[in-house]
Design a protein around this ligand. Structure first.
Ligand code: IMP
Ligand code: MG
Length: 181
């Protein structure tokens, strides 16, 4: 696969991503194998889409796919109210097992709000799976139940991760090439 011009270095190839994600599917199968009700898999659009689509291919459990779109307003707005739901789940989650699927956790602020909103609806359980874990900027006590890969202080693109909504389609994850002056 030819590297995109704006990619500096490929961190995780398509093959590496697929291999690790199949291990994550095994974890999901193991975690929910004794549950009677279908697992509600909640993808946070748009970034989680490629990860979620690969992850569910390995599911042997019964599941229902659902999606949310949330938008973050940033830190200069009231901290209790800075995530707006643009698209909500299309079903009641009371007493259901919920697995939130994210492509990356950075500060954790988005997920902290989403978790609070969903917990208020009294699910039976709520777990978080993320493809990338970027602990270095964490400002909350939000941590995933499992993650694919840990990365350092770098901006990454591809496989759902975007730069101003572009480059999500790349089949690998790479670092963004910052133009030298
Ligand atoms: P958080 O609320 O700070 O955890 O932000 C999570 C969101 O920030 C992710 O869903 C991504 O959209 C975005 N994000 C954080 N780091 C990166 C990155 O390295 N590349 C692309 N998007 C990122
Ligand atoms: Mg995003």
């Amino acid at each position: 696969m030819k590297k995109h011009d704006e990619v500096d270095k490929i961190l995780f190839s398509q093959e590496q991503l697929e291999k690790r994600i199949s291990e994550l599917s095994v974890w999901v199968n193991e975690t929910y194998k004794d549950e009677k009700e279908p697992l509600i898999v909640v993808g946070l659009l748009k970034g989680a889409l490629p990860f979620m689509m690969q992850l569910i291919k390995g599911f042997e459990i019964d599941c229902i796919l659902d999606f949310m779109i949330v938008s973050s307003y940033g830190d200069n707005f009231q901290s209790t109210n800075n995530v707006k739901i643009i698209l909500d789940l299309d079903r009641d989650i009371t007493n259901k097992n919920i697995l939130i699927v994210e492509e990356i956790i950075d500060t954790g602020q988005t997920l902290e709000k989403v978790k609070k909103i969903l917990l208020a609806r009294k699910p039976k359980s709520l777990k978080i799976i993320t493809l990338l874990e970027k602990k270095i900027h964490r400002k909350t006590d939000i941590f995933p139940d499992i993650y694919g890969f840990e990365i350092g202080d770098e901006f990454v693109i591809g496989f759902g991760l975007d730069l101003k909504d572009r480059l999500r389609n790349l089949p690998y994850i790479g670092t963004y090439k910052i133009e030298k002056q």
